[in-house]
Write a protein of this length. Structure first.
Lengths: 112, 112
């Protein structure tokens, strides 16, 4: 069945530290993965994506790692800032499904 | 502004009523998706349209229906509303229906 899950529902980090948010997916046919950030009362905001032919992709302060062997996805946020506080969702898409399957989300809180 | 426009932003209605939520996709995007997000939950896929045709269905109730018009905007119709239908409803669009999903800011539906 559909299953994109997150290992932790909440994550608290100190401002300035690096954050790592994890995600497990179950569909080995998934070929595209996205991380979204959702702030309270807003729609999901695209952060970074990665295709299954890659194992790492970097953006501005963010890095996504994909381990297809264990079907694991992670989002690393460098030098976490107060503005990074939000719920982070991973989502997977596989050809033919015509939909993104979302995980439950991880709430990231930043301690000053 | 993501380019995906959803109206109205808020809607309060009584049980048993019917409402229509509207979505205008990002310019050039042919595919529209609808998602439901209940309190502190992930995003549940409802339905997808591509260039006016239904492409995929998720966990959409029979009381709910949607359509995509020739100008590519989409409407989600929710009827015989129940308290449990209270949620955020998001629309997303993508160019071809497989990559590059962009979400709107959502419609918050409250059924009383």
């Amino acid at each position: 069945g559909e299953s994109v899950g997150l290992h932790l529902p909440t994550l608290s980090v100190q401002e300035g530290d690096n954050s790592i948010i994890n995600c497990a997916y179950s569909n080995s046919a998934s070929d595209y993965f996205i991380w979204y950030k959702q702030e309270s009362g807003k729609g999901p905001q695209f952060i970074i994506d990665i295709r299954s032919n890659m194992d790492k992709r970097q953006g501005q302060r963010v890095t996504v790692l994909l381990n297809k062997t264990v079907k694991h996805l992670s989002l690393q946020i460098a030098a976490t800032q107060p503005g990074d506080s939000a719920v982070y969702f991973c989502a997977e898409n596989y050809r033919g499904a015509q939909k993104l399957v979302f995980g439950q989300g991880t709430r990231l809180t930043i301690n000053p | 502004d993501s380019g995906v426009t959803q109206t109205p932003k808020h809607l309060i209605t009584a049980t048993g009523q019917r409402v229509t939520l509207r979505c205008s996709p990002r310019s050039g995007d042919l595919s529209v998706y609808w998602y439901q997000q209940s309190l502190d939950q992930g995003l549940q896929f409802l339905i997808q349209y591509y260039n006016g045709e239904e492409r995929a269905k998720g966990n959409i109730l029979e009381r709910f229906s949607a359509q995509q018009f020739p100008d590519l905007h989409s409407e989600l119709n929710l009827s015989s509303l129940e308290l449990g239908d209270s949620a955020l409803y998001f629309c997303a669009s993508s160019p071809q229906g497989d990559y590059g999903y962009t979400f709107g800011s959502g419609t918050r539906l409250t059924v009383v």
